[in-house]
Design a protein around this ligand. Sequence first.
Ligand code: B3K
Ligand code: ZN
Length: 889
Amino acid sequence: MRTDTSPAILRSNYAPPNYLVDTVELGFDLDPALTRVAARLTMRRNPDGRSNEIVLYGDAVELVALRMNGKPLTRRAYRLNGGELHIPNAPDEVTLEIETALQPDANTSLMGLYVSNGNFFTQCEAEGFRKITWFPDRPDVMARYTVMLRADKRAYPVLLSNGNLVEEGDLGDGRHYALWEDPFMKPSYLFALVAGKLVCQEERITQPSGREALLQVWVEEGNLDKTQHAMDSLVNSIRWDEARFGLELDLDRFMIVAVGDFNMGAMENKGLNIFNTKYVLANPRIATDADYANIEAVVGHEYFHNWTGNRVTCRDWFQLSLKEGLTVFRDQEFSADMVGTDSGRAVKRIDDVRVLRQAQFPEDAGPMAHPVRPDSYVEISNFYTVTIYEKGSEVVRMYQTLLGRDGFRKGMDLYFERHDGQAVTCDDFRAAMADAGGRNLDQFERWYSQAGTPRVTVATRHDIEAGTYDITLAQSCPPTPGQKTKLPFHIPVKVGLLAATGADLPLVLEGEDAASAPTTRVLELTEASQTFRFTGIEGKPVPSLLRDFSAPVILEYDYSDDELAFLMANDSDPFNRWEAGQRLATRRLLTLTRMVQDQEPMRETTANLETYTAVLHKTLDDATLDPSFREMVLTLPSEGMLAEQMDVITPQEIHTARQFMRRLLARTLRNELVQLVDLNQTPGDYSPDALSAGKRGLKNVAMLYLSELDDTDTHAMAQAQYDQASNMTDRIAALSALQNSSAPGRQDALERFYTEFEDEPLVIDKWFALQATSPATDVAAVRALMRHPAFSMKNPNRARSLIFSFCNGNPSRFHAADGSGYRFWAEQVIALDAINPQVSARLARTLDRWRKYAPALQSQMQDALQRVAATPKLSKDLSEVINKSLATD
Ligand code: B3K
Ligand code: ZN
């Protein structure tokens, strides 16, 4: 076992910096093998600091020279302690000059300054700036940056950094330079530079204030036919933030640059956003509807950070959700507003809630569970989690639910009025919301400090005589690491009551005036248990609970099958309409899973499916519903979702049960499904708009069901779609349907697909991912794919497309009874750690919930975890995840 564990950083230890930095001048002599960086920092003592000791951070960066106020600092004048450099007894005003030397082409961590396909890029969040130079690399140190870039002109014709280009020219020796100045104060994590052979699409816009700005999307040559959608998304984001939040772009120039080697989706560096190519490049030939939607969301997300993250930033990394939760909320609202229709908005909401339930709920119930504002971390990179992002966004959404849309906007305005240009905390945000809304939100703080998914159990009581209907809400929250007991949360529970006709009833709480009663209202649950009494309720209603998923909780109510079918057919809240169908399907699927476990024949439950299929029939035929909404209704809960509902997870049995149900539905609904395929064709030019995308989605989900029948008709249908597809959405769906069958053309299609898209890395990622997630692909087949010339461990997208897709997206094969999946996982985690700790630590998360599985699997998972733990020289990132996964408390 590893013993040299790195110490945890504690939120309670926060202390303001001893010195502030006013200006930073950086000079880069860029060379892949040896880049020299000269930094000049003007610093002064912080009146709120604790001492006159300067603390700088550095990581794997060679210190060449260090001067203070013009004089070289002798070795005795400072203390080097691992990644920290301390200068005690510093004067009040200091100019530090620091020279460092780096090897960008040897940097496979993709943090700091690195090379990708011959070009230079940086990634500094959270603590990458310290890989470039020694610096007080913490978000509460904000400074003005001036950056001089020098490099060979032929190899690096384009030189970019944050802010405005103030000068450029030749140096006479085949090299050239560019001088950039960022007019805004920023923390070091928002610094960026890009240098290389790139081309751009540009557009000029004028803002309501009359300010003009130049927008650019930079890509490698040959990709200019794939930038239009990113540019459109950027323009739409700018317009949306003006309209919805009154926030303008504050820069003369805003750049997006795409890079093929990137650890995550994108990065919001001030004025110079750097993106994974996956979230920039699109045209109908290479990108699916989902890609188009993701690009819009990520472009929006990074753009929205310009205010929520950059203008107002985080005091320390424990406050990460201050910018991430808020910015995810903003990008979710942006995407929803771009769709427009009610059921279209609901589809976006359903999508987001699916992510929350499938990824965040498990995280919150496992060994890596942490509050939205964590109390400690070993490696901050491990805390860019679904809890910080997605649960964080739900927390922000609850303010809007409690205060209303206008109240929330007032809170945002006050937040910027108070904190523009500052580094602040989640408490500051909550205070702005409370003060603007005139509400006490003290108890709401528990959403930030307590981990775990609260459970809300509901009981109802109808008194016919009195005409009253009681809803009793009770809350509890399971223990999480380091938090044994929890206090009640402030939970907004949106409810409605449906009459027997299916119509919403007016909701009048006891003691209220009945005039103009709303049909949906927010009940505020703040105690362990509370009863809300509605009056004027004659017939027994069916409650529609937690409408629009108004809080990130697990809601339990003992609905009958008939009530669920009724809600599925009638609920005016489209989210709950979908939810009712999922609850019905989950019940059946869990029963089937138990039958597989007990080796009972599954046929016997067919009759029980009738309620579900009857209402499915009705929903699918309802042309008033958006096609994308019907697609959601037709999609069964994933294997992962089902696993979450079980005390002991048995992945093979879940898979068998779900496949059984898919085939049964395909047989039962065959005619409708064929009709859906016919009726939802989208001939003509491709457009990614929500209606067209929804039609393709519905048609393709229908085709995938039909492929379960594995007969000549369905083979022909998939083959024809594959041959005639005019866009990637239809092509990959048809390829996937073919792979899911014994169609004679399946292997040929796979090979043709590869040859046709060999030069498009993002499409080859799809090709790997499709195979990695196919139930026909076992560990041996994945190993064979790793030997394919197109596979590389060093490119995160490629490693994710094959290895992650298999480990996370192919449960029935990954959890093979012989443990071969787990041994494969351990090997890959170890191999990746030597290349890129952020990537290995992510893959490590796959096994963190090993204790939930059946005993035979559990012990083999534990062996695999221990094998990783016993490996020498693991990164801090990986050892934190492994140690926490194996921890016994
Ligand atoms: N803020 C970046 C994430 C940086 C992750 C560093 N390990 C992207 C985003 O959330 O917009
Ligand atoms: Zn973000």
